[in-house]
Design a protein. Structure first.
Length: 276
């Protein structure tokens, strides 16, 4: 009598079921890894985006805060720039959106404040009259909005700043809201002429340099961009404009004093021009 050992193996159905379950586990693991890696990558990219946008907004506010004149425009090409005048040109600055980047243009050239070519998104900047917590524009208050355009990297920053050195005309422009601003950081020739008429008494402008000379314009820029931004500088400017009318009256009354006083001021002005 033969004894047969009854060994049971896997049936075809059991083997197929096992393979299917194993495949599902492998696919699920790969999918989990893919989504985890993608989430990490997006989180890292989003952190970089926040840092880049924060830097760009900070640079924009730094540039426009001390503007002497500021105009809002729909785009960079929408501004009217007066023709060049030798010795009278005022440096004009622009901030605007261009091909997804935010660009700062200065008299020396232009550079991106934030590039639309690096993080997989483009940007748009918007300028408009600031209203604070009210419903009417506040003179000299500029509202700035910076926004990422990629739906997967959506983020926006908003800021309102008081433009400190604006003249009587305030924030100008043919539009209430636009994607570009043009601004200056010193006096325009028209403003200089108006100041000369309203507040006479600049000794340098009356006895040493012509009102539209290159040297006097350079000294004015030194006053506005260097002296006027520090307490001691503002003190020196105020002292000069307090003493200057007295000196003018003095040399007009005593002709013998004109030559030495002019020489002293001319020497001081030349030193400033040389080292500024």
């Amino acid at each position: 009598m033969k004894w047969f050992r009854e060994d049971k193996g896997f049936t075809i159905l059991e083997l197929m079921t096992t393979l299917v379950l194993f495949g599902l586990v492998v696919v699920g693991g790969f999918r989990l890894y893919y989504f985890a890696d993608r989430a990490f990558s997006q989180g890292s990219q989003y952190s970089d985006l926040l840092a880049e946008m924060d830097y760009a907004m900070r640079k924009i506010t730094e540039e426009v805060r001390l503007a002497h004149s500021l105009t809002i425009g729909a785009s960079r090409n929408g501004f009217h720039v007066p023709p060049s005048q030798p010795g009278k040109d005022v440096g004009r600055y622009f901030i605007y959106s261009e091909q997804g980047s935010i660009v700062l243009e200065t008299p020396e050239g232009k550079r991106p404040l934030i590039s639309g070519q690096t993080l997989g998104t483009t940007y748009q900047v918007t300028f408009k009259l600031g209203m604070g917590d009210g419903e009417t524009p506040i003179p000299g208050l500029l509202a700035i909005s910076l926004e990422s355009q990629n739906p997967e990297l959506k983020h926006s920053l908003e800021s309102e700043i008081q433009v400190l050195n604006l003249r009587n005309m305030g924030i100008a422009g043919d539009v209430d809201e636009g994607q570009a601003v043009m601004f200056t950081k010193t006096f325009t020739p028209e403003e200089l002429d108006a100041v000369a008429k309203l507040v006479p008494g600049c000794f340098l402008g009356q006895y040493i340099y012509a009102s539209d000379s290159r040297e006097l314009n350079a000294l004015r820029q030194f006053r506005d961009n260097t002296l006027a931004v520090t307490p001691w500088g503002r003190f020196l400017v105020k002292a000069y404009y307090s003493v200057s009318p007295v000196l003018i009256s003095f040399v007009e009354r005593y002709a013998w004093a004109k030559a030495p006083v002019v020489k002293i001021f001319e020497t001081a002005a030349q030193l400033v021009l040389r080292f500024s």
